[in-house]
Write a protein that binds this ligand. Structure first.
Ligand code: AHR
Length: 497
C-alpha cells in the first residue's frame, strides 16, 4: 500500500501551545496518595512527594497539570484542605465514594507543581458550591496581601501569590453522574456569574467553561451553544472530554479513534462559531481538551460501579495498557497537533495510577506504561508550528466511524527543524511518500511504536518487556530534496525529527 503526505513550511495550522502536553491529577484512587505523594516512600522528598514519580513526570514532558478534579471537584470544599494538616478533617468524596483525608490540598499541590516547573490548572466546584467559594479560591491562590483569603494563604505560610492562570468552571456539568449536575441553562448562568466574580478578583486569568463529557451525550451540541450564549463575554475556552477503547474486539474502530476525535473537535468548533455568528462576534472560543486518553471504561469499569465506601487510596480504574493502546495514543496526539490553531490545551487523563502513563506500587517502584512513550516523544519533538499537511492514501472500513484514513500524519516546524509524526492504522505495511517540493528534508533518528495482539499485563516487568519489543529507535531516511520515502510497519506510530 502507498500513501502520500504533502508538506510545505509555508502551509501552517498554527503555533503549538505547550499546554497541549498537559496532564491531570485528581483526588481519585491512587493518583494523589501513593501516586505523586507518599511520605515514607524511599524516594519521598522533604514534603512527602515521590521523587521517582516527579522524575518520570518530567521525562514525560508534562507542561501543566489539572487539579483537583474531575468529578471529585464537584463536592470539594477547598477551605477544608488548607492550613495546619492536623486540623483538617476527612470527608466522604461522593464522586468516588472514598474517604478523602485532606492531607494534600491546594497549597501542597501548587507548591509541588512549582517545584517541578509544572504550570497548574485549577478547577472550582460548581456542583455543590457557587460564586463566592470560586472567587475566594482565586483570591486565595492569586491575591496580594491585604484581603481575607489572600491573608489566609499568607498565614498558612505562602507569601507570594501562585498566579494560577487557567481555571475550569466546574467539571462535566452535563453528566447526570456529576454531583450537583445541572441543565445547560442553570449551569451557563452559574458559570457566567462565577467567571465574572473570579475575573473581578484577578482579571488576568483564563476561564474554561464545561462543554460535553463526550460526543455521545444526548445534549452534545446544544449544550455547548447554550452555555456559550450565557458565558460568551467571560470565558476563553470550552472543554472537551473523550476516552477511547477497543470494544468487543473491534480493533479497526479502536485504531480509528483519532478520526472520532477529529470529528468531535470540528463539531465543537462549529458549535462555538455558530454562537459567534448569532452574536455577530469576532471572538474565537478555543478548546481545552482537558481529559483525553484510552480508557477501558465500558469493559473494565463496569465492575467498579456502585463503589463501596473506601479509604486509604483504593485502587480505582488502574487501567493496564498494551502496545496497541500506545499506538492509538500516538494517533490521538497526531489529531491534536493537527488542530493546534484551535486546541491550545489538552490534558492526558490522568498522570499516575488512574488511567495513567505512570504507575507506582506503594513503597515500591514507579514505571512507564506503554502509552508513556508516544506522549513523551511527541512532547519532546513537536515544537514551534504545526504544519498543514495534505494526506492521501488508502482508507479502512470501521464499524464505529465508517471509512477512516489508514495513514494519518502531523508535522511541526521549529526554526529549521522539522518533525514528522506518522501513523499506519492498517494491518499491512504502508510506503509513505513525503512530498516536500523545493525543500530539502533531513529526518534523523526517531522513535517507532508497533502494536501487538497480546493482552495488557500489569507490572513493571511486563511494561518494560512491552517497551523492549514494541518501542524502538528508527533511522530517518537519507536527506532528500523534493521527496522522501518512509515505510511504516503495520499498526504503528512513528516520530522522525
Ligand atoms: O478522569 C476520570 C474521570 O473521567 C473524571 O473524574 C471525570 O471528569 C471523567 O468522567
Amino acid at each position: 500500500q502507498r500513501a502520500t503526505v504533502l508538506l510545505h513550511p509555508d502551509f501552517r495550522v498554527g503555533e503549538i501551545d505547550r499546554r497541549l502536553f498537559a496532564s491531570f491529577v485528581e483526588h481519585l484512587g491512587r493518583a494523589v496518595y501513593t501516586g505523586i505523594y507518599e511520605p515514607g516512600h524511599g524516594s519521598a522528598d522533604e514534603h512527602g512527594f515521590r521523587r521517582d514519580v516527579a522524575d518520570l513526570t518530567r521525562e514525560l514532558g508534562v507542561s501543566m497539570v489539572r487539579y483537583p478534579g474531575g468529578n471529585f471537584v464537584s463536592n470539594y470544599v477547598w477551605e477544608d484542605a488548607v492550613g495546619p494538616v492536623e486540623d483538617r478533617l476527612p470527608f466522604i468524596d461522593l464522586a468516588w465514594r472514598t474517604i478523602e483525608p485532606n492531607t494534600v490540598g491546594t497549597d501542597e499541590f501548587l507548591q509541588w507543581a512549582e517545584r517541578e516547573g509544572i504550570e497548574p490548572m485549577m478547577a472550582v466546584n460548581l456542583g455543590t458550591r457557587g460564586v463566592a467559594a470560586a472567587a475566594a479560591l482565586v483570591e486565595y491562590c492569586n491575591g496580594e496581601a491585604g484581603s481575607r483569603w489572600a491573608d489566609l494563604r499568607i498565614a498558612n505560610g505562602r507569601e507570594k501569590p501562585y498566579a494560577v492562570k487557567l481555571w475550569c468552571l466546574g467539571n462535566e456539568m452535563d453528566g447526570p453522574w456529576q454531583i450537583g449536575h445541572k441543565d445547560a441553562d442553570e449551569y451557563g448562568k452559574l458559570a457566567a456569574e462565577a467567571g465574572k466574580a473570579m475575573r473581578l478578583v484577578d482579571p488576568s486569568i483564563e476561564l474554561v467553561v464545561c462543554g460535553s463529557s463526550s460526543m455521545m451525550m444526548d445534549t452534545f451540541g446544544s449544550w455547548e451553544q447554550t452555555v456559550l450564549e450565557h458565558t460568551w463575554d467571560v470565558v476563553d475556552h470550552v472543554s472537551m472530554h473523550a476516552y477511547y477503547e477497543e470494544l468487543d474486539g473491534d480493533r479497526a474502530s479502536f485504531l480509528g479513534s483519532g478520526t472520532a476525535m477529529d470529528r468531535f473537535i470540528r463539531r465543537v468548533e462549529a458549535s462555538a462559531d455558530a454562537v459567534a455568528a448569532r452574536r455577530r462576534s469576532d471572538k474565537v472560543i478555543t478548546i481545552s481538551f482537558d481529559e483525553w486518553n484510552v480508557w477501558y471504561l465500558q469493559s473494565r469499569f463496569v465492575g467498579e460501579k456502585n463503589l463501596p465506601l473506601q479509604r486509604d487510596a483504593p485502587r480505582i480504574i488502574e487501567d493496564v495498557y498494551s502496545a496497541l493502546d500506545a499506538v492509538v495514543v500516538g494517533d490521538l496526539l497526531v489529531t491534536l497537533l493537527n488542530h493546534a490553531d484551535r486546541v491550545p490545551v489538552a490534558c492526558l487523563a490522568q498522570l499516575v495510577n488512574v488511567i495513567a502513563p505512570i504507575m507506582t506500587e506503594p513503597g515500591g517502584p514507579a514505571w512507564r506504561q506503554p502509552t508513556f512513550h508516544p506522549f513523551a516523544t511527541t512532547a519532546r519533538l513537536a515544537r514551534g508550528t504545526a504544519l498543514d499537511l495534505r494526506v492521501s492514501g488508502p482508507s479502512m472500513a470501521t464499524t464505529a466511524h465508517g471509512e477512516v484514513p489508514a495513514v494519518t500524519a502531523a508535522a511541526t516546524l521549529d526554526g529549521p527543524d522539522v518533525a514528522v509524526f506518522l501513523v499506519n492504522r492498517s494491518a499491512e505495511p504502508v510506503e509513505v511518500e513525503l512530498s516536500h517540493p523545493g525543500v530539502t528534508l533531513a529526518l534523523g533518528r526517531g522513535v517507532q511504536v508497533t502494536a501487538d495482539h497480546e493482552p495488557a499485563v500489569d507490572g513493571p516487568e511486563h511494561a518494560a518487556a512491552v517497551a523492549e519489543r514494541h518501542v524502538s529507535e528508527v533511522d530517518g531516511p537519507a536527506s532528500a530534496t523534493g521527496s522522501t520515502v518512509v515505510t511504516l510497519a503495520p499498526e504503528s506510530w512513528t516520530a522522525l525529527p
